[in-house]
Design a binder for this molecule. Sequence first.
Ligand SMILES: Cc1cc2nc3c(=O)[nH]c(=O)nc-3n(C[C@H](O)[C@H](O)[C@H](O)COP(=O)(O)OP(=O)(O)OC[C@H]3O[C@@H](n4cnc5c(N)ncnc54)[C@H](O)[C@@H]3O)c2cc1C
Length: 393
Amino acid sequence: MHVVVVGGGIGALTAARFLSNEKKDDLRVTLISPRDYVEYIPSALQCMVDPWHVDKSTAVLEDVVRRCKGRLEFVQDQVIGIDDGKVSLRSNRDIAYDCLLIASGTTYDSPIHAGGKTVDERKAELEEFKVRLDKSEHVMIAGGGITGVELAAEIRQTYKDKEVTLVARSTGLILDCGAKASGYVEKWFRKHRVRVITNAKAMPASDGTVQLWSADSGEDTEKLKVDLFIPCFGGKPNSQFMDERYLDRRGRIVVGTDLRVEGMGGSVFAIGDIASISGGHALFAEKTAEVASRNILNLNQNKPMLKYPISAYKVPYELTATAVSLGKWDGIVIMGPLPISGLLAAGIKHFIEWAFVQFLSVKRLGFIYGIVLGVTLPTVRLLDKLTGNAPST
Ligand SMILES: Cc1cc2nc3c(=O)[nH]c(=O)nc-3n(C[C@H](O)[C@H](O)[C@H](O)COP(=O)(O)OP(=O)(O)OC[C@H]3O[C@@H](n4cnc5c(N)ncnc54)[C@H](O)[C@@H]3O)c2cc1C
């Protein structure tokens, strides 16, 4: 069986190494990605103020493939179409598949997401951004989710004298993470002189000003002079190569609970950020990758399909831990009902990055990540059960 995996991110790599670990003689895996490296995307925000950090948050795919067991091949290219058992590549080549696993993710504007095709090109684009950042006196970040919050904190920590403004459309910051986390983050910004404007929309103009208006009433509120405006919202699903009938309203690929793409004949799967039931977190990408990979093997052996997320892992996807960094030395980790904050939270975030990159790049110590996850998820579930937080799914 020939499995083609589209993507070179967290989901694709997890699936490719899972399948190639099977070491079955009749199983061949091809990984197709336009970049020759995998990046731990949550570290991108730190890389925007410290481009050299890219060396710690990336791994070259040829090296990863070499360290994997089994028959795994890497093709550096971009999928531009899918048709009748084959994918078409930008280089005018077609690759036939027996099973297809799509993990093409979501793209934010560069430099949050990479434009460059090699680690050196990635570093160069981050350095170029850093030069613009160095020269800017007033930086405005738009987006009150984790990305906007973490980036504003990185910039404040690195540049003590710049004016930093964070604009959020919502009534508070990181509201999805709960009131405690939101309150902690807002306090940190007050203490570190970051101006937070909530309930507002921002529109940059070509004259270097940004018009703000109320998200509720739509009335203009303020016009600010800004040297650098960084949008941290509106990621676009990478599904341009799919026929529209397979996509939901947001452009994500519609899958059933077994992660098969609806209407595509049973041998095409989608996982991670691009899948309609996924949740936009690294952990979802990883877990959907494992379930879809098992289902590919099950399909080959005529076994029943697993369903995501309940039956395979007994982990409803609401119960995942989130770690938010506030610069290098502070942050908050939300593990079920138990928030951990300050230096310990920052340490946990650094550790997760290190362990995840080890895991993604198939290094010797990668097993540590599996152990951490194996302990964390049941703990979160237990804490949620004890405090009555667990959803009834
Ligand atoms: C700034 C930022 C911070 C984040 N922080 C966190 C965090 O702290 N914790 C957390 O859990 N999650 C975080 N996330 C979310 C997390 O990074 C994503 O959920 C995760 O990366 C999704 O993995 P994926 O494999 O689905 O997609 P991605 O990791 O985005 O990988 C997609 C891959 O597909 C490739 N690709 C795209 N189009 C094609 C094509 N046509 N052909 C071939 N390949 C293609 C891309 O080049 C890329 O390699 C963050 C995201 C961002 C943007």
